[in-house]
Design a protein around this ligand. Structure first.
Ligand code: GLN
Length: 556
């Protein structure tokens, strides 16, 4: 039983290729339903055997997104939050490893009473329980299955969602399948065959799609739509074209225009209210009309995959668009900087050092932080970027050349960034995972700080994912030498933001503000950074003021 309220389920699968935007498609479906007034939850079911995304290499898999409740998740959760405005939880990010370990726990504790434990029904039942649990209390629950249909490693998820129709009633379930239609330059035609094959894979697994998302880099015509509808046995209105768009934030509007919102409501027997606007239309319009490009350097270690810093990229775009500017992110390899020097930083309007782990490239990052501080170039440090700013300040302002972080040199006696004694205990007990500070923590801002002016309030809450902290033994020296400890934990025990006050903008946070930036409400620290990067603009202040009040309303 699902309780009093009947939750409706939408399962999103994909085919043909990975990386065609299934996460954006699922997030967009969430968006158009939320705009009709429904409460929407979204969940990602990932086939990997990992327990969570925290240990996956970001160079390979993209960023690890962190929720308020401290889950280390797939980057798709970032899309879901930005598109639906909902703060998701641990329950929204499920990997096969977690499901298997629940089954093993039950087996060890004798719950199966000596029965043979099998993928069907034991694993598939567990998946359904996890879906039903996450869906509780919502009008609509969307679950996206990672990978493509037909992948060997995702079969248990596909089978579990097939059975869901029997479990909760056919009228409460929709299957949405996303396909890709390649274009052949030589014959100048869009091909539907790979999509047909992928739909056949889905049918073979016992799932009849209700909706087809058709991703195509060229403009499809009615003939293509009719063809897809015919071979997947769906209504023509059920085929939603997803043409190439400059900004992913155009996708929900396009789907709405194609009639998908109304079609879903009809199929799920939901009241089809007139959809509200997103509030980010202005942002999309600004990205089109923005005049001038501002170059911002992102000094980092993983540069092979743009998704590694997805939320940072998006946050920069939102903030610059609010100032009617486009941002060009220049990727700077920290190790190369170490070898070649800071010349390549010369024509940058601002510098960002994002989060990161390990020693590689840190000297290059320290050079970039010094360059920004000494040349009055706006600097935004995010997590590791704050630790780098603190080390650089110690080395070059406090004249302490050996200053470092315990992460880079565990034996050093000059750790201005370190593991706190209470965390050390966990590390010694080899409980390594428990040493991370994860999820939302409150922070109190100093009223003299830039951060306070930008947030427009004294108490804030931001998301963390790190092991090391500012070393309190040296607080006084930093303060005496001009660093402002702009944000502290409410008990004043932890340093959360540092600033250099007599600088255009030198702000670095121990938390990750990028996880809470939205297209309609850009994050204050990014907004302040963007403003500082602009030469001059009369309406700078009003942009920030307007967004402060929007943030308060949106309770981001
Ligand atoms: N590696 C640093 C730490 O663990 C910073 C982590 C991060 O930037 N997310 O404290």
């Amino acid at each position: 039983m699902l309780g009093k309220k009947q939750t409706k389920f939408i399962f999103v699968t994909g085919g043909v290729l990975s990386g065609i935007g299934k996460g954006i498609f699922a997030a967009s479906v969430g968006n158009i339903l939320k705009n009709r007034g429904f409460s929407v939850n979204i969940q990602k079911l990932d086939p990997y055997l990992n327990f969570d995304s925290g240990t996956l290499n970001p160079g390979e898999h993209g960023e690890v997104f962190v929720t308020d409740d401290g889950a280390e998740t797939d980057l798709d959760l970032g899309h879901y939050e930005r598109f639906t405005g909902v703060n998701l939880t641990k329950k929204s990010s499920i990997m096969s490893g977690q499901i298997y370990s629940k089954v093993f726990e039950d087996e060890r504790s004798g719950k199966y009473l000596g029965k043979t434990v099998q993928v069907i029904p034991h694993l598939t039942n567990k998946i359904q329980e996890v879906v039903l649990d996450a869906a509780k209390g919502f009008d609509i629950h969307i679950a996206e299955i990672g990978g493509t249909v037909g992948d060997f490693e995702g079969l248990h998820f596909v089978e579990a969602i097939r059975q869901m129709k029997r479990r909760v009633g056919a009228e409460n379930v929709l299957y949405a399948h996303l396909v890709y239609l390649p274009y052949l330059e030589a014959s100048k035609e869009i091909k539907t065959k790979p999509a047909q094959n992928s739909i056949r894979d889905l049918l073979r697994a016992g799932i009849h799609p209700d909706i087809i998302g058709a991703r195509c880099d060229r403009n499809m015509n009615q003939e293509h739509i009719s063809k897809i509808a015919l071979f997947s046995d769906v209504d023509e209105e059920a085929v939603a074209p997803l043409p190439y768009v400059k900004s992913v934030y155009e996708v929900p509007g396009n789907l709405e225009e194609a009639g998908l919102g109304s079609y879903i409501c009809k199929k799920l027997e939901l009241k089809n209210a007139k959809p509200q606007k997103n509030g980010w239309e202005k942002f999309v319009q600004n990205t089109r009309t923005a005049k001038g490009v501002v170059k911002v350097g992102l000094v980092a270690k993983y540069l092979s995959n743009e998704d590694t810093y997805k939320s940072v990229n998006e946050s920069l775009k939102f903030a610059f668009a609010a100032h009617q500017k486009n941002v060009k992110i220049v990727w700077i390899d920290a190790e190369e900087l170490e070898k070649k020097g800071t010349d390549q930083l010369k024509d940058l309007a601002g510098i960002v050092i994002p989060g990161g782990f390990g020693n590689r490239g840190t000297e290059g990052k320290i050079m970039a932080a010094r360059y920004a501080r000494e040349n009055n170039i706006p600097y935004l440090g995010l997590c590791l970027g704050m630790q780098i700013a603190v080390i650089e300040f110690a080395r070059n302002v406090l004249a302490w050349p050996s200053a470092t972080s315990g992460e880079f040199d565990a034996k050093s006696k000059s750790q201005v960034i370190h593991i706190m004694p209470e965390q050390r205990k966990n590390m010694d007990e080899a409980n390594y995972g428990a040493t991370m500070r994860l999820g939302a923590y409150p922070c109190v801002l100093d009223k003299k700080s830039k951060s306070y002016k930008l947030y427009g309030s004294e108490k804030i809450s931001e998301r963390h994912r790190h092991r090391y902290e500012f070393n309190n033994d040296y607080r006084d020296e930093f303060i005496e030498n001009g660093m402002l400890l702009a944000g502290l934990s409410p008990n004043h025990h932890l340093v959360e933001i540092v600033e250099v006050p007599d600088h255009k903008f030198y702000v670095a946070s121990q938390f990750h503000p990028e996880f809470k930036s939205r297209p309609d409400v850009p994050h204050p620290l990014f907004l302040g950074f963007a403003e500082a990067c602009l030469d001059s603009s009369a309406d700078k202040k009003t942009v920030i003021k307007k967004i402060i009040s929007k943030r308060q309303k949106a309770a981001v």
